[in-house]
Design a protein around this ligand. Structure first.
Ligand SMILES: *[C@@H]1O[C@H](CO)[C@@H](O)[C@H](O)[C@H]1NC(C)=O
Ligand SMILES: *[C@@H]1O[C@H](CO)[C@@H](O)[C@H](O)[C@H]1NC(C)=O
Ligand SMILES: *[C@@H]1O[C@H](CO)[C@@H](O)[C@H](O)[C@H]1NC(C)=O
Length: 168
């Protein structure tokens, strides 16, 4: 009997340890600023994250805590929405301006922090301020925890596809 209790205790501890060790804190910085792009021989200034369109691709695992420091170096008010994230007990990190936060003013910064619980797949993040979302967006890829597999055979290759609007 005592041996069985010890065994159960060991199993519970092993399970707890695997849950604790498989979750990480993933931290990124977004520098949102003017970017001059050229399309079809025309130059245009757009607002973009870290000088790229689409913006940086974020990769996390289910259970991870994502921390993103957003530096608004653009001339516009800004918020970032983490599209499709459940935001359990972190509603203030959801992003819609004037719904869960005031906009990040030009020259200011804001840190989004939330834990990704019970979801996997490719989502995306985007500005939640009218037309800024046309160029301020990127992929948010949530892979299963370490040791857990996809609910389908491992693909030969993965290619994230982000569909955006035309900027010219
Ligand atoms: C964005 O750019 C800043 C400044 O160069 C850099 O520190 C940061 O790591 C970049 N973030 C990502 C997600 O690439
Ligand atoms: C960014 O672009 C806007 C719109 O073209 C312009 O008004 C502003 O002066 C630019 N800011 C900087 C720092 O280049
Ligand atoms: C930016 O946000 C501030 C604070 O909420 C607000 O007073 C201001 O009118 C906003 N600017 C624009 C252009 O919407």
């Amino acid at each position: 009997m005592a041996r069985r209790v010890v065994y159960l205790l060991a199993c519970a501890l092993a399970l707890l340890a695997s849950t604790l060790t498989s979750a990480a804190i993933v931290e990124h910085s977004f520098h949102v600023q003017n970017l001059t792009i050229q399309r079809l021989c025309q130059k245009r200034v757009i607002t973009a994250v870290n000088g790229s369109l689409p913006g940086p691709r974020i990769r996390v695992r289910e259970g991870d805590t994502l921390v993103v420091h957003v530096y608004n170096l653009s001339p516009y008010n800004l918020t970032i929405h983490w599209h499709g994230i459940f935001q359990l007990l972190s509603g203030w990190a959801d992003g819609p301006q004037y719904a869960t936060q005031c906009p990040i003013l030009p020259g200011h910064s804001y840190t989004y922090r939330f834990t990704i619980t019970g979801q996997e797949g490719t989502l995306w993040w985007h500005a939640h301020v009218q037309w800024l979302r046309a160029t301020v967006y990127g992929a948010l890829i949530i892979r299963p925890r370490v040791g857990r597999s996809y609910p389908f055979p491992k693909p030969y290759r993965e290619v994230p596809i982000v569909l955006g609007t035309k900027v010219l």
